[in-house]
Design a protein. Structure first.
Length: 273
């Protein structure tokens, strides 16, 4: 599993902070956020299987249950017994799954527009019903790519034509594996029945303009997690750590109670065999 870390000697620390991206994304989603996150523990930012530079075989299982298993194996490979888990979207569902299955391995949770709870009617679901395909999964043109950004963010950034073209081609090359991942995680995305088992301190961060997992989902999480706090960000969509990196990093830093300065000035790329 490919990953970034700011401390290659991570096994010498009692705890780490692991950042889990959403479906169709990768570890680079977290880089701006990571630069502003202040914590004493090392940061580990993996490409989950099926994403980024990690394996993308269509023969592998990418369901939430499987990703929980892969994450636990990844931690063992790093000799890491305990971690604070920060998860966005699919990564949030994986974090919940690990906290329920192996509570001794999870020190706390930060759930940022996290998957794992009930779905409500959204503009995305209306679009899928009308068009017959999910614009977050299958990209066939630059128009599709821009549509994906509009669903993901409240205020998508301007992309020059040459960059838009390059990003679209890169995303189209991932269509097959993204479709496999989407089908697999749909089998067991819902972690609601496990919430009562999770007692670790949990911070829930949500954008009030999320069109993919709307604010009702944050309320369900807050109700289901007995030791949780919810923060709602105004005019923010589904990827708050991208749209408001500094603000979200400050919230997470305070939650993690880390007075030390940021440790991520030098981020190293690592890959396990």
């Amino acid at each position: 599993m490919a990953f970034y870390t700011n401390r290659p000697d991570v096994s010498t620390y009692p705890e780490a902070v692991i950042l889990l991206h959403g479906a169709g994304a990768d570890k680079t989603t977290w880089l701006r956020f990571a630069r502003d996150l202040r914590c004493q523990a090392p940061l580990i930012i993996p490409d989950l299987p099926g994403h980024g530079q990690s394996t993308d075989s269509v023969d592998l299982d990418y369901s939430i249950a499987a990703q929980v298993k892969y994450l636990a194996e990844f931690m063992r490979a790093l000799s890491l017994t305990r971690a604070h888990i920060i998860g966005n979207s699919m990564g949030g569902a994986v974090a919940l799954g690990l906290a329920a299955a192996a509570p001794q391995q999870v020190a706390s949770l930060i759930l940022i527009s996290a998957g794992g709870t009930g779905m409500y009617d959204t503009k995305l679901m209306e679009h899928v019903a009308r068009m017959g395909r999910n614009p977050l999964v299958t990209i066939e043109s630059e128009t599709d790519f821009k549509s994906m950004l509009r669903f993901g963010m409240a205020k998508p950034p301007y992309l020059p034509g040459i960059l838009l073209s390059a990003l679209t081609r890169a995303r189209m090359a991932k269509n097959r594996i993204n479709e496999k991942v989407a089908a697999d995680i749909d089998r067991n995305m819902d972690q609601t029945a496990k919430l009562a088992q999770i007692t670790v301190p949990s911070l829930i961060i949500w954008g009030d303009q999320d069109q993919i997992l709307p604010l009702q989902n944050a309320t369900l999480l807050a109700q289901g997690l007995v030791n949780s706090k919810k923060v709602v960000l105004k005019d923010i969509g589904h990827v708050p750590m991208v749209e408001a990196a500094k603000q979200v990093a400050a919230l997470c830093s305070d939650f993690l109670s880390s007075p030390a300065p940021a440790l991520v000035s030098g981020v190293h790329a690592v890959r396990l065999p």
